[in-house]
Design a protein around this ligand. Structure first.
Ligand code: F6R
Length: 356
């Protein structure tokens, strides 16, 4: 049942700290500052990694690409439906990773079959034990989220981010990289997430934007998939127009849509070049009178340019997206709730899409 929650979605959002503890259990060696993922011990170190996935899982795959590239491992993500009908060339050292919560998404299975037929090693990153993806791939990494009932993927996305972080750290450690700080951040992540869930101001913030024309989400680097996912969740359950953009793309077209009636959710963590550049983009939307909601760890001065702030604790760049995304999950949930939408069963959508 819904254990007292109005919707499975809210229950599952609140289950995330537990889901992450399950996903990390036995997979961190805090003393040695290493990750220890048994399922990956017999996966040969690939020369390049290619992800295939759909929807929310594709956003997790984009996060995986960003993480692998930061560890100097060439990586690319494909929409499974595109890969299935136009597969990429497979080299000897290519590992194709299917990211699929259900393990039953037709497009993803079809892409993985194409990859195998071309001689690629395959790895399934999935939640469902013994699912088709788990059975058909050479290797499986279980995300251990527990069952997800709400059509909108929430806790499984967070668990996918963590699983892909463990996957990346496993490969990076083989290349001699030190994972000590990341291991500490992963250890603290369930508590940080609990803090975000307990303290979130998302329910108040949405009150101010109930009648907007459209909702935009921007981010750069690891915040880019968070922006895409924030917009997908939002449109899926509110039925309002929402779009996610890489911050830098705004001025290449989408800025034409920005008005005083289109709130922009800007995901900005850290205080590096990326943060500074996104703040530049925030100033551009401000100049068009758009309200700005900053989703931030407070490391930069983005708050100075924002009408509202949704805060997360400071953490590692690899773990911040889990926390910023949780704020945007709550934004989508509370907006949909205020608009009286069928949150657990949005129109036209199914939990698992078993046709291509
Ligand atoms: C959105 C959502 C979908 C799924 C997509 C892939 O909330 O749930 O976009 O992410 O249909 O599903 P899986 O991960 O089962 O392959």
């Amino acid at each position: 049942g819904k254990s007292g929650y109005d919707h499975f979605m809210l229950k599952e959002i609140n289950e995330q700290p537990t889901a992450l503890r399950q996903g990390l259990s036995g997979r961190l060696d805090e003393l040695a500052g290493r990750v220890t993922v048994e399922e990956l011990s017999d996966v040969e170190t690939p020369g390049r990694v290619e992800f295939v996935a759909c929807g929310t899982s594709y956003h997790a795959a984009l996060f995986g690409v960003e993480a692998l590239r930061a560890a100097d491992i060439p990586a690319q993500a494909f929409l499974a439906s595109e890969y299935a009908t136009g597969p990429a060339p497979v080299r000897d050292d290519t590992l194709v990773v299917g990211v699929t919560q259900s393990g039953e998404t037709a497009d993803t299975l079809s892409a993985l079959r194409e990859a195998r037929a071309r001689g690629a090693e395959t790895l399934a990153v999935t939640n469902v034990v013994d699912s088709s993806a788990a059975r058909e791939c050479d290797h499986v990494l279980y995300i251990r989220s527990g069952p997800e009932i709400g059509v909108a993927a929430t806790k499984t996305f967070s668990s996918q981010l963590v699983a892909l972080t463990l996957f990346t750290a496993t490969l990076a450690e083989r290349g001699g990289e030190d994972a000590r700080e990341l291991v500490a951040a992963l250890r603290d992540l369930p508590n940080h997430l609990q803090h975000v869930l307990d303290e979130s101001r998302a329910a108040d913030v949405v009150e101010e934007y109930l009648d907007s024309e459209a909702y935009f989400f921007i981010g750069r680097g690891p915040a880019f998939p968070v922006a895409l996912e924030g917009a997908l969740k939002f449109k899926e359950i509110t039925y309002e127009h929402a779009e996610g953009f890489a911050s830098g793309e705004l001025k290449h077209g989408p800025l034409a849509l920005v008005t005083a009636n289109t709130p922009v959710f800007a995901v900005v963590t850290g205080d590096d070049e990326r943060a500074r550049k996104t703040i530049g983009n925030v100033k551009e939307v401000e100049a068009r009178d758009a309200p700005v909601v900053a989703v931030t760890d407070g490391a930069s001065d983005v708050e100075r340019y924002a009408d509202d702030v949704l805060e997360i604790p400071e953490t590692h760049p690899r773990t911040a997206p889990v926390l910023t995304n949780a704020q945007l999950q709550l934004v989508a949930y509370h907006m949909a709730n205020r608009l009286g939408r069928a949150i657990d069963k949005p129109r036209n959508l199914a939990k698992s899409v078993t046709v291509e």
